[in-house]
Ligand binder design. Sequence first.
Ligand code: ATP
Ligand code: BTN
Length: 327
Amino acid sequence: MNAGEYQLLKVLGDAKFHSGEALAGRFSVSRAAIWKRVRNLNQVPGIDIQSVRGKGYCLPAPLDLLDADAILARIGPARRSRLLKLALLPVVPSTNEYLLNQRNPLLHSGHACVAEHQTAGRGRRGRQWVSVFGNNVYLSLAWRFDLSMADLAGLSIAAGVAVARALAARGLRGHGLKWPNDVHVQGKKLAGILVEANGEMEGPCLAVIGIGLNVRLPASAGGDIDQPWTDLAACLASLPDRNALVGDLLGALVDVCIQYQQQGLAPFLEAWKEYDIYMGKPVELQVGDERITGVYAGLSDQGGLVLDSPAGRRTWYSGEVSLRSKT
Ligand code: ATP
Ligand code: BTN
């Protein structure tokens, strides 16, 4: 999406009709150029500009577009001083990838990235994160840790606790965490967290924590998701302002990174228990082509999954397994 298209989208964001002529005058381009911009915008998943003869162009619902100043205004000065910068991008392949690809990654501690749309949003192990334009949250924060790669294994657990708490502060109830990185509401996936790191095995490392949160995801987009999912619109009586929500999540991530560097996973383990949706329940682990059943016995001190099975108690780590309920 080029700058001209993004500017046009901002104007159409009021969901009122704008004639081609008025838009052409406003941007000092031809009506044909406006039509072309509209056509390109309508290629973007999540954008559906209607065109009505004699009335002009109109979006079906108002857009609550992201605004960097509004996001940063939510973050107090102490935490803000730890942020290097906030990149707000209309479209990006992946906010995680954007931060991981920066030159000299270790110099990017505190670099955040938020986007309206990801063309290649990703989950764990090459899976896709459906990331249509607008109305949702695709947010990443890069942070330098003077810890080994192994020490970072619990970071997605700590981030999950922070996201669950931030959502509770926004009025969400009944949500829980599914090891190692998902926020669920009544068995449906609301948000996911992906931590990716690069650097030296023994540290320092640059970790990128990415949060994907459905705020208002159109049913049409949900067709590409191969498991039950939900969004905040279905869970809350009134939706929070999206910039405030992103600001709160970003501030919470800054706090997590500061605390994790100093104290590791330990302070987050108790809080995880409050939200853990599988504690004491029969579950199935998918390990490659193998299925292992047992009873979920919580987390190890390093954030691994502890499973009690007929073969005994064993801890599993997130790189190798997927957790499923045993029905
Ligand atoms: P696990 O982490 O236990 O392996 P998972 O199936 O949730 O389980 P992840 O890699 O964590 O896998 O997340 C990616 C998955 O999330 C996708 O395969 C899809 O099922 C689901 N998904 C993709 N986009 C969305 C979205 N916007 N909202 C909810 N769920 C989504
Ligand atoms: C998961 O459930 O596996 C994690 C999904 C994480 C999605 C977020 S969206 C922002 C960031 N950028 C990505 O490409 N992925 C994460």
